[in-house]
Design a protein around this ligand. Structure first.
Ligand code: EPU
Length: 427
């Protein structure tokens, strides 16, 4: 298994190009199932999760060519509407084929994703929403079996209330509603930019989606039973951009420009970075991050968009490890998203965990160590810690990072980090 080796050191200077958004590309790839013919996605990041989705679409019967940053998906209605455990267990977002499959083909058999390192992550809201559209749902031997009304018929538009805003749940229901008969209203919908992006693509495909990006989404189902193929360039990845913003702020004297960052999607993070004493300015399509003085402690509580993203909690916590004073970081979205904490403690961080809250006392410096984490964002936070830790840090289980960060070693070494990938290191 590969590892990332980092020699902590000085400031980062230069430019980093932000890639396309993983969590926008995944539902959009699944939306291709709503149409026949050839669709083209541009600005798709070269990531393991994209390959997994491509493999799933191929299993279903689609013809998928991945030549990053482009993905072409073609195919007709000859589809096997089944997502096997082997693929779903590699990536929970595979559940995003459930809505399109049952809406288009009248039935779907999708493996339940099971538990996850960061929390239980049930899909009850997805299922409840599909039931509201007339699906019958049964669980059999670890699979969800969904069927349209009267033995695989067309879904019926309805009102769906989400008990909590769920990103992939909202996306699944938007895709299902796009082919349902009549109008659907999704209430308490997730407002993330990736949901808004899916709404844009569904509209390009001929659906009528209104309100994506707000908490009430209206969808008028297409009369034709399928949508049309599309050509679309994916929005920039706000979490990748945010991760490099924190990386740029971790060492004093850094001055990094992120090219192609979508500033409006990063507001909650920018406010907290500035409160921590980091200079963040936007210049056109670029975001400049400079760190000239000491870091100040600030408190952060994660929340659904437009609140502070849970996907940035681990990285921001590392910044607070080196701030003056005490900061309180509260995770409200996932129940087990502090896996980076014990590893950071081994690097000399002073963190006390109390349930869903981490109380961080800033320290003068971190020490390099051999560390690992079992989720994507926690792994990224350990790389950031390594950038300033004294001596050498080895981040193991790099395959988590490969799921969500395109060429992270090249991007960070391009701004002066001393970082390399070591092939076949110990697991
Ligand atoms: N939830 C339920 N029932 C459901 C669905 C969700 O109880 O039916 C709960 C979850 O357990 C969680 C909360 O609702 O406590 C929010 O979860 P959500 O459904 O919004 O998460 P998700 O759709 O599974 C997406 C991203 C995650 C990101 C979360 C939160 C994708 C593919 N994944 O997951 O991204 O953390 O939204 O913003 O879009 C990552 O990229 O590292 C990542 C984990």
């Amino acid at each position: 298994m590969d590892a990332i080796l980092i020699r902590g050191g000085g400031p980062l200077r230069g430019k980093i190009q932000v890639s396309g958004a993983k969590n926008a590309a995944l539902p959009i790839l699944c939306a291709t199932l709503l149409s026949d013919g050839a669709s083209r996605l541009r600005n798709v990041p070269a990531l393991r999760d994209i390959e997994t989705t491509a493999a799933l679409l191929r299993f279903l019967g689609r013809d998928v060519t991945v030549t990053a940053p482009e993905v072409h998906v073609a195919g007709g209605s000859d589809v096997r509407p089944e997502a096997p455990y082997e693929l779903v267990k590699q990536m929970r977002a595979s559940v995003l084929v459930l809505g399109p499959l049952v809406a288009r083909f009248g039935r779907a058999k999708v493996s339940l994703p099971g538990g996850c390192q960061i929390g239980a992550r049930p899909i009850d809201q997805h299922l409840k929403g599909l039931e509201a559209l007339g699906c019958s749902i049964r669980l059999e031997r670890g699979y969800v079996i969904a069927e349209g009304p009267e033995n695989g018929g067309r879904l019926r538009g309805s009102e769906v209330y989400f008990d909590i805003p769920t990103v992939t749940g909202t996306e699944n229901l938007m895709m299902a509603a796009a082919l349902a008969k009549g109008r659907t209203t999704l209430v308490n919908a997730a407002r993330e930019p990736e949901v808004e992006e899916l709404g844009r693509v569904l509209n390009k495909m001929g659906a009528e989606v209104d309100g994506a990006g707000t908490d009430v989404i209206h969808v008028k189902g297409s009369e034709r039973g399928k949508l049309v193929p599309f050509d679309h360039a994916i929005i920039p990845d706000r979490i990748e951009a945010g991760t490099y913003m924190v990386a740029a702020a971790i060492a004093e004297g850094s001055d990094v420009v992120l090219e192609g960052a979508q500033v409006s999607d990063l507001e909650a993070l920018i406010v907290k970075m500035r409160a921590a004493g980091v200079e963040v300015t936007s210049e056109g399509q670029c975001l400049r991050v400079c760190r000239r003085g000491p870091l100040r402690a600030v408190n952060v509580t994660t929340a659904p968009h437009p609140g502070f993203p849970t996907d940035m909690q681990a990285q921001f916590l590392v910044l607070m490890c080196l701030a003056r004073g005490e900061s309180v970081i509260t995770e409200t979205i996932f129940e087990n998203r502090f896996q980076h904490v014990p590893e950071l403690q081994r690097m000399g961080a002073a963190i006390a965990l109390r349930g869903r809250t981490a109380v961080v006392q800033g320290v003068e410096a971190l020490n390099g160590a051999s560390v690992m984490a079992t989720d994507l964002r926690a792994s990224a936070s350990l790389v950031i810690a390594g950038l300033v830790a004294s001596g050498e840090t080895e981040v193991r289980r790099v395959y988590h990072i490969d799921r969500g960060y395109e060429r992270i070693v090249e991007k960070l070494s391009g701004v002066g980090a001393r970082i390399e990938r070591v092939r076949g290191a110990e697991a």
